[in-house]
Design a binder for this molecule. Structure first.
Ligand code: PAF
Length: 280
């Protein structure tokens, strides 16, 4: 695997590849890679001749200084994992390389950032889109791969490339789960043993809520979810919302609503976890 830390060097290398007509698949990450990330890389490898993974902990998308400081870092073991799936290129720039000057671009996210993560993490999605756009400009991939666990991020980026005519195809990839249902996340390594034991209740609750949906009102479902998560004192629910898959607007009545998704954010101890389930 080739590793680049400098924008000029990766650009120069990829220029040659593109001149040869090579298709590039891109997987942006913030590192501490898990099987979910590796599944994105396998998918990118199946679709393209060259796979480029980036590892960059993007300070712009953290609205909380402590969260940024505590975000796990593990470049050496990430490199081993990337090599195990034959990733072709790793791009891991420094903060100075990515943001040589203060960055204050604001994008129009068409209101998709009003809800859920956007409401609880002001500025988060603008930060995500700023870094993704910069990465797209550097790498110029044909396709980019994003996990469905971060459903709102995926919806915002899909809308963003369409709105700003960015010629990158966004490929959604399914959430990969542990055997007990917990969605894989880089943040899971920070869970203490008791929190790790408590965390699968988040997905179990989503799953049961979907089963109950045909015979329940949204109000009742919400109350039920709130009470379920209260059963474990290590979990602290931040939100549970059932939203339209495209507009992300909260749905008030499931009848006749074909494409909706239930999204949840909960703390397990000090670790903030998100997950979702399709209510199609
Ligand atoms: O999903 C993530 O890990 C990040 O938000 C991303 C897309 C790599 C941008 O920093």
């Amino acid at each position: 695997m080739k590793i680049f830390y400098k924008i000029s060097e990766i650009k120069e290398y990829l220029l040659l590849q593109k001149a040869l007509g090579v298709k590039i698949g891109f997987i942006p990450t913030m590192g501490t890679l898990h099987s979910g990330h590796l599944s994105l890389i396998r998918r990118a490898k199946a679709d393209n001749l060259v796979s480029v993974c980036s590892i960059f902990i993007n300070p712009l998308q953290f609205n909380n200084k402590e969260d940024l400081e505590n975000y796990p870092k593990s470049l050496d073991s990430d490199i081993i994992k990337l090599e195990s799936v034959n990733c072709d290129i790793l791009f891991s720039p420094s903060e100075k390389e990515m943001y040589p000057e203060a960055e204050n671009t604001i994008y129009d996210l068409c209101g998709l950032d009003k809800y859920m993560e956007g409401a609880f993490r002001p500025g988060h999605f603008n930060g995500v889109v700023v870094v993704v756009k910069k990465m797209f400009d550097i790498i110029e991939p044909l396709k980019a791969y994003f996990g469905e666990k971060d459903f709102q991020q995926l919806a915002i980026i899909t809308n963003f490339v369409k709105k700003y005519h960015i010629p990158v195809e966004i490929i959604p990839c399914p959430t990969i789960r542990e055997d007990d249902g917990l969605a894989m996340s880089s943040r899971n390594v920070r869970l203490l043993p008791a929190e790790r034991k408590a965390a699968p209740l988040i997905y179990k609750t989503l799953y049961k809520a979907r089963e109950m949906a045909p015979t329940s009102s949204i109000e009742k479902l919400k109350k039920w979810v709130i009470n379920e998560l209260k059963k474990d004192s290590l979990l602290k629910l931040e939100y549970f919302e059932i939203v339209d898959c495209e507009s992300l607007e909260p749905v008030n009545n499931l009848a006749g609503h074909k494409k909706c998704i239930a999204c949840i954010a909960s703390y397990a101890g000090n670790v903030r976890l998100i997950d979702n389930i399709n209510f199609l």
